[in-house]
Design a protein around this ligand. Structure first.
Ligand code: GDP
Ligand code: ZN
Length: 364
């Protein structure tokens, strides 16, 4: 393995993690941070270099869901192989934050994308007018991960009034910072330094074409610590070169850039809805199945807001999102579908009336 000179602190090791790791240290394992996953083989950065590792059988067995298995950005306890073969990941440390989404087409299976992110750069391009709706949505998703969002308005070299755009964006960010930069010319980039301190981990999300790749290149460039080329294995066992999904900047900070993160396009995933899974769960307890969570009696969502369990801001976003989804549905549905839907609604009502008369609770 390559010898790399990275301290655990540079990798994001904290006092809380030191304490959590103590009992494991006694078992003769070392801490490490997952930098890449490829076909169930992991690259793990440790104080003594990058290790090739796999999940120990016992951990695989104990992990009830995907949540129990390592993902890029995770801190793990590693049992090094004395003969230099694959190390074993025996434990995954508590995650401070986690980016996840619902696996496509599944109701409940959660797909983890990355863990232990401190900051999410939500990128937009100044070549287009400020889209507050889009900013709000991305912020919801970023915050759902637990990480702190920073809105980055890129392409300020194009000559637009970026200060005005910044002020406009700030109106919807609820206190999250907005920074105007140019990945191309480097203007404004020093303002991002605050989130690139040693041991701090960030990722970059946003619509395509806004300059995420350019920004990543500008931030990481050739500055990546010399950890050597990563070799991975494709399904046929051939060697292929792959990019690390977690990179350590020589100048400080870590950047997570996984395909899952890149593909996080809010418009074709349920990422926004996923960010409200807890609210949706509550909604199931509302007295009325078709509760709009507005003024209906027996609304579990409203009750949670009143009790302070849901932030008023989040509640407002949820209501807005619901209205938008209904609107999208209406638009997508052809006229024929609309008609048949109306028909089926009439039928459902009749069924409900019938069930009510017979003392049963109606279904949606
Ligand atoms: P991504 O899809 O978000 O990863 O965006 P890219 O990094 O691929 O950039 C999309 C396009 O925007 C490319 O043509 C880039 O050259 C251009 N671009 C990226 N950053 C800047 C910038 O700061 N200024 C200008 N003028 N163009 C940029
Ligand atoms: Zn309700």
């Amino acid at each position: 393995m390559n010898a790399i000179h990275v301290s655990l602190e540079q990798l994001g090791w904290t006092d809380a993690r030191v304490r959590e790791f103590e009992p494991h240290a006694a078992e003769g394992v070392v801490p490490g941070r997952v930098s890449l996953e490829h076909n169930h083989v992991f690259r793990v950065l440790t104080e003594s270099g990058e290790q090739l590792a796999e999940v120990a059988g016992r951990l695989k067995h104990l992990a009830e869901t995907r949540r129990g298995l390592p993902v890029v950005g995770d801190w793990v306890a590693l049992r090094l192989d004395p003969l230099g073969a694959r190390s074993q990941i025996v434990h995954v440390l508590t995650r401070s934050t986690v980016f996840s989404r619902k696996a496509a087409g599944r109701e409940t299976e959660e797909q983890l994308i990355a863990a232990n992110l401190d900051t999410v750069f939500v990128v937009f391009g100044l070549d287009k007018p400020v889209n507050r709706e889009a900013i709000e949505r991305y912020l919801v998703v970023a915050r759902a991960s637990g990480a702190a969002p920073v809105v980055v308005l890129n392409k300020r070299d194009l000559g637009v009034d970026f200060d005005a755009a910044r002020v406009e964006a700030e109106e919807v960010t609820g206190g999250s910072p907005v920074v105007a930069v140019s990945a191309k010319s480097g203007e404004g980039m020093p303002a991002l330094a605050a989130w690139l301190a040693p041991g701090r981990t960030l990722t970059v999300i946003g619509p395509s074409g806004v300059g995420k790749s350019s920004l990543v290149n500008a931030l990481v460039g050739n500055e990546v610590l010399p950890t050597g080329e990563v070799r991975a294995w494709d399904a046929r066992g051939r060697h292929t070169s792959v990019h690390r999904q977690l990179v350590v900047r020589a100048a400080g900070g870590l950047l997570i850039d996984t395909p899952g993160m890149r593909e996080l396009q809010l418009w074709d995933t349920n990422a926004v809805a996923d960010a409200f899974l807890d609210v949706a769960e509550l909604a199931a307890a509302c007295r009325f199945r078709d509760c709009s969570h507005d003024r209906e009696p027996g609304c579990a969502v409203k009750a949670a807001v009143d009790a302070g369990a849901i932030e008023p801001r989040r509640y407002a976003s949820f209501i807005k999102l619901q209205a938008e989804q209904a609107e999208t549905e209406r638009k997508q549905m052809g006229r024929a579908d609309l008609l048949s839907k109306r028909e089926s609604r009439v039928r459902t009502r009749a069924l409900r009336a019938h069930q009510k008369a017979h003392g049963k609770k109606g279904t949606r």
